[in-house]
Write a protein of this length. Structure first.
Length: 86
């Protein structure tokens, strides 16, 4: 399945300052075949998901996102937050 990643550049800069993780690095969580993804909550009518996975075999990240199914069968993942998992 084709994945497309989007994010707010202002939020991405804030996330980098606060959590020292770029959203570009966070996209790699979705390549982990063992990543765990579960619905975290619904906010403003929007389902929010939390994905925890390994990046490059070195770093475990927790990534908050939304997922939209597109008409062409792909998914658009909007990254909201990313941090090193505790």
């Amino acid at each position: 399945m084709m994945l497309r990643f989007i994010w707010d550049p202002v939020k991405a800069a804030s996330n980098l300052r606060k959590h020292r993780v770029t959203f570009a690095i966070a996209t790699r969580v979705f390549a982990d075949p063992y990543a765990l993804m579960e619905q975290d909550r619904i906010e403003g009518g929007e389902r929010r998901w939390l994905t925890v996975g390994l990046v490059d075999g070195l770093l475990v990240l927790a990534v908050a996102c939304t997922v939209t199914d597109e008409e062409d069968g792909s998914e658009t993942i909007r990254i909201i937050s990313a941090r090193v998992a505790d």
